[in-house]
Design a protein around this ligand. Structure first.
Ligand code: DP6
Length: 365
C-alpha cells in the first residue's frame, strides 16, 4: 500500500538561521586600460590626496593593447593583505598608496569586515617602458576592490577619487574614450574626479601609435619630478593658472567636433609646455632624449609636407613618443615613421591596434 507522504519539514529554528555561515571567500578579476594625457597633469596642491594644480584630459587606450589585469581575493583564511605585481610580491605595508586605496574602499563598505585581501596584478606591457603603468594598475586596483566590497558610488566619479589617491593619472582610466580629470576645489578631494567627455565611439578613427624609444626605467619619477617643479618652476605656476583652463575648454571642443588639426596642435603644444616646465625646474629634469626631439621634428616636417596636420605627438615623463593619427592616415604615418626610425633588429614593429588597420598594413607589405 502507498504510504502517505511525509509531513513537510518544519522551518529551521531561528537560532540555526543565526548560525548560517557567512561566505568565507570571494574573488573577482578586472582588466583596466591605461590612458595617455593630451593636456598634462603635472603638479599637486596636496601630495597626500594627489590633488592637482590643474585639470587634465586623456585618451583611454583600447583595453586589448595596454592593460592591467587584476584579481582580488578576500578570505577569512588570509593572515594579511598581500600584493603580487607581474609575479613579484610587493611589500604592501610599505606602500602608502596601496594602503590608502584599501582604507578608502573599506571605509565605504560593511562587507568582509576583518578579512584580508590578496591582489595579483599583471601588465600586458613592460612596466619599465614608461607607458603609464601606474594609471592602469591603480585604476584596476580601485575598481576591483570597489566591486569586491560592493561600494556604491554616492556621486558619479567617486570610485575614480579612490584610484586618484593611488596615482593621480589613474582616475582617468575609470572611464573609456575621452576623459577629463577636473581638478576640483574641495580640500577633501571629493570633487577632484574623472568625467567622461565622450565615449570612444564618438571618434573611433582617432588612434595612437606608440614608439618605444627606450624601455629603461626613468631616472626621476613623475611623483618626485612634479613636486620639485611645483617648488621651483615659475613657468609651471603660470601654466596651471593661465594656460591650462582655456586649453581644457578648447581641447574638449576639438574632440567633440572631431577637429583633428585643432586637437593635435593643442596636444603638441601642451606636451611641449609640460617639457618646458621640466627644463624650468631647478635642477632641471630631462625626460626627452635626442630621438624624442628627432620625432618631434619629423612630425612637423611630415605635416608641412602634407600641407595639413595629419599627425600629432605627446610625451609623458619619459622619451617614448605617442603619435596621434586618424585611421585614414595611420598607414601613411606608420610607413613614414618606419622609414625615418627603423625598428631595431629583433624588436617588434607592428600594429597591435584595430583589425582594419592591421589588414591595411599587411596589404602595404
Ligand atoms: C606626465 O599620475 O604617475 O603622465 O599622481 O604622483 O602617481 P602620481 O603621478 P602620475 O603622473 C602622470 C604624469 C604624466 C601626465 C598625465 O598623465 O597627465
Amino acid at each position: 500500500p502507498l504510504r502517505s507522504p511525509p509531513p513537510p519539514l518544519p522551518p529551521p529554528p531561528p537560532s540555526s538561521r543565526r548560525h548560517t555561515p557567512r561566505a568565507l571567500m570571494a574573488q573577482l578579476t578586472v582588466a583596466s586600460p591605461t590612458n595617455i594625457a593630451v593636456i598634462k597633469y603635472w603638479g599637486k596642491r596636496d601630495t597626500a590626496l594627489n590633488l592637482p594644480i590643474n585639470s587634465s584630459v586623456s585618451l583611454t587606450i583600447n583595453q586589448a593593447d595596454l592593460r592591467t589585469v587584476t584579481t582580488v581575493t578576500v578570505s577569512k583564511d588570509f593572515e594579511k593583505d598581500r600584493l603580487w605585481l607581474n609575479g613579484e610580491e610587493e611589500d604592501v605595508s610599505a606602500s602608502k598608496r596601496v594602503q590608502k586605496v584599501f582604507a578608502m574602499v573599506r571605509g565605504r563598505s560593511r562587507q568582509w569586515e576583518g578579512m584580508k585581501v590578496h591582489v595579483v596584478s599583471v601588465n600586458n606591457f613592460p612596466t619599465a617602458a614608461g607607458l603609464a603603468s601606474s594609471a592602469a594598475g591603480y585604476a584596476a586596483l580601485a575598481f576591483a576592490l570597489g566591486k569586491l566590497y560592493a561600494v556604491e558610488e554616492s556621486y558619479p566619479g567617486e570610485l575614480s577619487t579612490i584610484a586618484r589617491v593611488g596615482s593621480g593619472s589613474a582616475c582617468r582610466s575609470l572611464a573609456g574614450g575621452f576623459v577629463a580629470w577636473d581638478m576640483g576645489s574641495r580640500e577633501d578631494g571629493a570633487d577632484s574626479c574623472a568625467r567622461q567627455v565622450a565615449p570612444a565611439e564618438h571618434w573611433p578613427e582617432l588612434q595612437v601609435l606608440i614608439l618605444v624609444v627606450s624601455d629603461k626605467k626613468k631616472a626621476v619619477s613623475s611623483t618626485a619630478g612634479m613636486q620639485t617643479a611645483v617648488e621651483t618652476s615659475p613657468l609651471l605656476a603660470h601654466r596651471a593658472a593661465h594656460v591650462v583652463p582655456a586649453r581644457m575648454l578648447a581641447m574638449e571642443a576639438a574632440y567633440l567636433k572631431k577637429d583633428f588639426a585643432a586637437f593635435a596642435q593643442l596636444a603638441m603644444q601642451d606636451s611641449n609646455q609640460f617639457h618646458a616646465t621640466c627644463l624650468d625646474t631647478f635642477p632641471p629634469i630631462f625626460y626627452l632624449n635626442d630621438v624624442s626631439r628627432a620625432v618631434i621634428q619629423f612630425v612637423h616636417a611630415f605635416n608641412s609636407a602634407c600641407g595639413e596636420t595629419r599627425m600629432g605627438y605627446t610625451f609623458d615623463a619619459g622619451p617614448n613618443a605617442v603619435l596621434l593619427v586618424q585611421q585614414q592616415h595611420a598607414v601613411q604615418a606608420l610607413a613614414a615613421v618606419l622609414t625615418h626610425f627603423p625598428a631595431e633588429p629583433g624588436s617588434e614593429a607592428s600594429y597591435v591596434n584595430r583589425p582594419a588597420m592591421q589588414q591595411e598594413a599587411m596589404a602595404l607589405g
